[in-house]
Design a protein around this ligand. Structure first.
Ligand SMILES: [Fe+2]
Ligand SMILES: [Fe+2]
Length: 185
């Protein structure tokens, strides 16, 4: 599994300059989440909340690409998937510095090292957990009894397209949103 280094560097640069989401943004986001999902969302570091709200807003503005609108009940899981795809990052408790260490360690040691590092202690463990965040996010979301598709996107969003289980049009929309490839509307 690769976490797309270029995407990670870009994300990191954004994280250094990002601001916490406004209360209006949080309010907008939570309307698409169940009470259990809201708890998980509110536990995310504000940098991840801002990123996920940005992705979800972009996805919501382009739902016509999958034949939906923001007010369509069928769109709720798509927006929730965008809001929660990085929720596993909160498990590691890594801040900006630790995320840089994790990104570099992955580049040096390979993503498979994450499993070994997670069995260690201290910073090494945190880095190991961070590298496994897609699976940890999916585990949190299954415990929260999220829609299966929301759980699936958390674990699949950095996997190659052939390994996706979601409807392809929705998954592509979610990926474009995550990569900042949806035009502003
Ligand atoms: Fe991610
Ligand atoms: Fe993301």
């Amino acid at each position: 599994m690769s976490l797309r280094p270029v995407h990670r560097v870009e994300r990191f640069l954004k994280s250094v300059f990002s601001v916490a989401p406004s209360s209006e943004q949080i309010q907008w986001a939570t309307q698409f989440l169940t009470p259990a999902e809201q708890k998980l969302f509110l536990r995310m570091p504000s940098v991840d909340q801002s990123h996920c709200i940005g992705v979800a807003r972009a996805v919501a503005a382009h739902l016509d690409q999958v034949g939906l609108t923001e007010f369509d009940p069928e769109a709720v899981w798509v927006i929730a998937a965008a809001l929660l795809h990085d929720v596993g990052k909160s498990v590691s408790g890594l801040g900006t510095y630790g995320r840089v260490v994790a990104t570099i360690s992955e580049a040096l040691g390979g993503s498979e090292m994450g499993v070994h590092w997670a069995e260690r202690t201290g910073m090494t463990r945190k880095v190991g957990l961070y590298l496994q965040y897609p699976q940890l996010g999916a585990d949190l979301l299954s415990l929260a009894e999220s829609d299966d598709r929301v759980v699936a996107w958390a674990v699949e969003h950095h996997l190659p397209q052939e390994q996706w289980s979601l409807p392809l049009d929705c998954a592509l929309l979610l990926q474009k949103g995550d990569d900042g490839r949806l035009a502003k509307r």
